[in-house]
Ligand binder design. Structure first.
Ligand SMILES: [Mn+2]
Length: 330
């Protein structure tokens, strides 16, 4: 849990600022988007210019998020030098991708994050690896902004954005990163009329037909190793092409693989370029997904992490298997 003093110090960095850029990570998920967009709304209520940037456009399945169209809406403006840049849910400046240009030009920089691999790259950072989502920290920041303003800034849109972020990062409160604190924040957000059932249905359950077809292919492509303790599912280029999908559609499919009883470490490998692959990693406790990802320069959380690897497909799988075996035997 983040100490109140740290939240107060974080908020004090907004004093004297007029313009704020909020930066999301590449391949944005509901946590980075919901956190940035909710903070944007709160800051706008207080009279700031507040803009959200992300290298990639939000995935279609998150199009229901309130104010999602605000992402990159100022990307064509000449305005680049913000008084303050806040990185949201990013463990490393590399995660900004092209949006990093705003970070470089900023007078002051802040970071709010929950990755234990956070590299402490901003002028002031709050990183709580025990937070289920960065949105838990953003909720406290908005509460502190409210206390300073003398009225409650949170409304249904802000609450919906934060709640969606919690749902995404905790698998609708089912992963082991869900704490009493997570549920406490979620409960408070419900007071603002958040439609929790609708959000969980849209984020976890409903899917377009082409994602279902992509999932079916990935399941057929799954290989099990070491007495079914390690498993690798693969999304090849042709799977994306033939189902008219993209890597944005793979989100969450790997969770079905780590839910197989015997599987301790699961990989979802996506072919993203010529001899270039993106790997998502899921583990069951006590095996650490982030330490597997770190072998390849990636990062993430204890149970969920990711990395990128170049090479021939079979070599990539061999490298992942070696890293997984090292983790199982560590
Ligand atoms: Mn997150």
């Amino acid at each position: 849990m983040v100490e109140t003093e740290k939240i107060k110090k974080f908020v004090s960095f907004t004093d004297g600022a007029e313009s704020v850029a909020l930066l999301c990570h590449v391949n944005p998920d509901s946590d980075t988007l919901g956190s940035a967009l909710s903070l944007r709304l709160a800051l706008k209520k207080l009279g700031f210019r507040a803009d959200v940037y992300c290298e990639d456009n939000p995935p279609p399945r998150l199009s229901f998020l309130p104010t999602i169209d605000a992402v990159n809406e100022c990307a064509d403006d000449k305005f680049k030098k913000y008084d303050l840049v806040i990185a949201v849910d990013c463990n490393d400046p590399e995660r900004f991708g092209t949006a990093g240009k705003y970070f470089k030009h900023a007078s002051r920089t802040l970071s709010a994050d929950h990755h234990k691999t956070n590299r402490n790259f901003a002028d002031y950072s709050i990183c709580d690896p025990l937070a289920g989502a960065t949105a838990e920290i953003i909720f406290k920041i908005v509460c502190e902004l409210s206390a300073k303003a003398g009225y409650d800034l949170i409304d249904n849109e802000i609450a919906t954005l934060l709640f969606s972020a919690l749902v995404g990062d905790t698998g609708a409160f089912s992963f082991d990163n869900t704490t009493d604190e997570t549920l406490d924040v979620a409960g408070k957000l419900l007071h603002y009329g958040v439609d929790s059932h609708d959000i969980i249905y849209k984020m976890i359950k409903s899917q377009p037909a082409n994602r279902y077809k992509l999932k079916a292919r990935a399941m057929c492509n799954t290989r099990f190793f070491d007495g079914n303790e390690i498993a690798v599912m693969t999304f090849f280029k042709k799977d994306f092409t033939e189902t008219e999908t993209s890597t944005a559609f793979t989100d969450g499919i790997i969770n079905e693989l780590i839910d197989v009883d015997s599987v301790k470490i699961a990989f979802a490998v996506s072919e993203v370029g010529e001899k270039y692959y993106k790997a998502s990693i899921r583990t069951k406790a006590p095996y650490d997904a982030a330490s597997v990802a770190t072998v390849f320069g990636g990062g993430g959380h204890s149970r969920a992490a990711g990395c990128r690897i170049s090479g021939f497909y079979e070599d990539v799988v061999d490298k992942l298997l070696k890293a997984a075996r090292d983790e199982l035997n560590a």
